[in-house]
Write a protein that binds this ligand. Sequence first.
Ligand code: GLC
Length: 427
Amino acid sequence: MKTPKFLLPVATAGVLALTLSACGGGGGTTSSGGGDAAQGLDGRGPITYVQGKDNSNVIRPLIEKWNAAHPNEKVTFKEQTDNADQQHDDLVQHFQAKDANYDVASVDVVWTAEFAAKGWLQPLKDKMALDTSAMLKPTVEAASYKGTLYAVPESSDGGILYYRKDLVPTAPKTWAEMMSMCSIATANNMGCYAGQFKKYEGLTVNASEAINSAGGAVLDKDGKPSLNTPEAKAGLENLTKAYAGGQIPKEGITFQEEESRQAFQDGKLLFLRNWPYVYNLATTEGSSKVKDVLGMAALPGLTGPGSSSLGGHSAAVSVYSKNKATALDFLKFLTTEETQKFFATQGSLAPVLGKLYDDKDLVAKLPYLPVLKTSIENAVPRPVTPFYPAVTKAIQENAYSAIKGEKTAETALSDMQKSIESASAGQ
Ligand code: GLC
């Protein structure tokens, strides 16, 4: 087997983040600052902001506020679907077409390397420089590629275990403990656990968390895929066994974030793995059955808390934008303390400004902030590579087959390993 040449380790805040990085990119202008990146730097005027579905209802009010203050530089919101893979493909199509109307795009942390290597994102340096010193380190790293900042962290994300405080006195710390509590779910005629198990990015997140939380790793400390291990097998088997045994309800295989949130809010689940945005909707939506009984804890692990996949989004300026001066101001607006507080209080999104996690007023309103900060600081990045689409496909497809019982966990992991190796070979 040819060993991929470009797998390099990179250290991040407190954890060893493992990085796949390519020697060559997709061929576009990268950090050189020439070509399209040299155009439109002083341009001011209307721009478009592109983002996935605004589940938390924070973007429209924010843009209204911006527009009221900037009548000649109005922002139009282009809302994509709520599926991360579709958002990715939409951005790729518009960047490939050099669309000047996708001025600012919300970029999932796992797409930075690919988009930057292809030369689609404006390097945020020189005239376009931004101060990120007050931001959580993992969020800045996730917005950078090969040492250059390509986007500004907008909201972070860490996995949370939501549970029913009325039925479970103390949150389980380990997966085994959680499974042992499934009898409570049965007694209450509800499903026990769900995350996001549909075949899309969310499954890559959940499968990686299962593997990492059981002591395994998708990549080893040298950045090489390391899925043929007893720990990775035990982690994936936690999901396959729970699905076969009914602890994960059958419909769980169709769940993205929103379907799983809905099931939990409808009282159909005892435990839910999801992102922080759920807190706001679950405690404010009229139909929510969990309003007063919502517990939040760290994801369960092997002998104590498990590890989340690092999630989140950064805002990037397209190299094809003609109004980059306006776009840069809009990026700054997205990251002011006021905006970040608004995202947190209105949408329970995870702030990127470190100090907000210790802000007494904010913690009084959002008591889960310390749990969230720990989740983010200890989160494991998904592989960082310009070839991420092939890597996530390898994880999603094999994890999906294993959960459905079409492959053993061992075969699925060995196939995952081979596909990730071949996605990175020959570079
Ligand atoms: C959330 C996370 C993002 C992740 C996606 C998967 O939006 O912030 O990083 O890729 O969920 O569905």
